[in-house]
Write a protein that binds this ligand. Structure first.
Ligand SMILES: CC(C)(COP(=O)(O)OP(=O)(O)OC[C@H]1O[C@@H](n2cnc3c(N)ncnc32)[C@H](O)[C@@H]1OP(=O)(O)O)[C@@H](O)C(=O)NCCC(=O)NCCS
Length: 215
């Protein structure tokens, strides 16, 4: 993952972000129009924090103020930079973005929280269900959150989002224990859609996942 750029930011990074206002100069006119069309305070907060994070990530990669607009499928694209892959995720007061020039990238952040067994039954593959069943009770919530986040990341890499069945993605974690800090590897097998490497890390009660696919 050496050629993947990534950045996590919280809303505390700028006072306007906590107020749901765009910091001066952040948005291009087209982005400001998108922002104005967003209805709920939560969506406005999330969207803004994602743009803030992405633009900071892209400083030095793209000249000037990069314009980030979503295509019809929701995929974030940087205007004038078709070779640059960008992915955005937001959860609570934090956002994470990843970008790569040589690969298609996906990223996701999820708060570690309990989920009902029916969630696992409905959205996970049989192998993932078995892995959750075998987990120590104290590890269950983290494992379920991690597998879910990795699926969302894979679906972003594929540019499909939840238009694809989440069971299309098989998440495999290595038997070796995860790194004490930083990124640990995982593998994403999406059947006919391909398979590719991913990574995950845990910080302050949140799980982050990231994956890249060759172009
Ligand atoms: C893509 C998806 C997996 C996002 O997961 P999520 O946990 O809900 O939200 P996250 O914060 O992690 O990610 C949202 C970001 O994913 C990106 N995204 C959306 N659709 C995408 C797609 N098809 N491929 C890649 N990235 C996508 C966007 O950048 C979005 O942020 P932005 O709109 O602020 O730019 C999923 O929500 C989805 O498929 N959404 C589109 C369809 C949908 O359900 N729409 C209902 C909206 S109410």
């Amino acid at each position: 993952m050496n050629d993947v750029l990534w950045l996590m930011q919280t809303a505390a990074a700028h006072p306007d972000l906590t107020q749901g206002r765009a910091p001066a100069g952040l948005l291009t006119p087209a982005e400001a129009a998108c922002f104005a069309a967003l209805k709920t305070p939560k969506r406005r907060h999330d969207w803004l924090l994602g743009r803030w994070t992405a633009k900071r990530l892209l400083q030095g990669q793209v000249p000037g103020n990069p314009e980030i607009l979503n295509n019809a499928d929701g995929v974030p694209l940087v205007t004038g930079c078709p070779a640059l892959s960008l992915s955005i995720s937001h959860c609570d007061d934090r956002a994470v973005c990843a970008a790569a020039w040589q690969h298609t990238v996906g990223v996701d952040v999820e708060r570690i929280a309990p989920r009902q067994p029916v969630f696992v039954q409905d959205y996970f593959t049989p192998l993932e269900v078995a892995q959750v069943d075998q987990a120590a009770p104290a590890q269950r919530d983290t494992l379920v959150t991690l597998i879910w986040s990795a699926k969302e990341t894979a679906l972003k890499v594929l540019h499909r989002g939840l238009s694809l069945d989440t069971r299309t993605v098989q998440v495999t974690l290595p038997a070796a224990p995860p790194a004490a800090a930083g990124w640990s590897p995982l593998h994403l097998d999406c059947g006919p859609q391909g398979s590719f490497p991913g990574w995950w890390r845990m910080e302050a009660g949140y799980v982050f996942t990231l994956a890249v696919n060759a172009r």
